[in-house]
Design a protein. Structure first.
Length: 193
């Protein structure tokens, strides 16, 4: 793209540990050239939240829509990468969003609080992305997901931002087009702007 640096910020699916209790992804050959078949074809088994993935409102909110109804403009466009560590409280989130950011990727090992999620909802964020396999912790993740997804904020989990400097980028993190699913794998990419 005209000399602009591109960052592949997704994890490899099969080598990424599944979230505790979630199905482990697998692949089974169905057709194999080596066995005389005309082509190779593989059967995939996986959960909708394995690896780097996107959460749809249906994931934690009854009666809400799946990934196929997420407007693509929420998953694509200018985003900000901000670095943090530890607990992200309301005032931390307010600082990260002070410039009017609508898509935010948080680099670092963080714990989002419900109060920080509420700041995202009030700011009408399009998307928030984290490096962990989930937002929150076992005690808070249900509440945090409901706040974010209830406000139609796309959640991307399992990002790899180690090599990405803080700043603004163009993000492409579209879900697969699968009717009424609660989540979808993504291969997100950042491009320098």
């Amino acid at each position: 793209m005209d000399g602009k640096k591109m960052y592949d910020i997704g994890k490899e699916l099969f080598s990424t540990p599944a979230y505790p209790g979630d199905p482990v992804p697998g692949k089974t050959p169905y057709y194999e050239i080596e066995k005389g078949d005309d082509c190779n074809l593989t059967v995939l088994t996986m959960g909708s939240h394995n690896g780097t993935h996107l959460d749809a409102p249906k994931h934690f909110c009854a009666g809400k829509h799946g990934v196929d109804k997420i407007p693509l403009e929420k998953c694509m466009g200018v985003c900000r990468v901000a670095e943090s560590a530890g607990t992200v409280r309301a005032e931390d989130m307010e600082r990260m969003l002070a410039d009017g950011t609508k898509k935010l990727l948080v680099k670092g090992d963080i714990l989002l609080t419900p109060e920080a999620a509420a700041v995202c909802a009030r700011a009408e964020l399009d998307l928030i992305g984290v490096e962990d396999q989930t937002v929150g912790n076992p005690e808070t993740q249900k509440e945090i997901h409901r706040i974010l997804l209830g406000a139609e904020i796309v959640i991307v989990e399992g990002l790899v931002l180690k090599e990405v400097p803080q700043g603004e980028y163009f993000l492409a993190a579209q879900p697969m087009k699968m009717a009424d699913l609660d989540g979808s794998p993504v291969r997100p990419v950042l491009i320098e702007i």
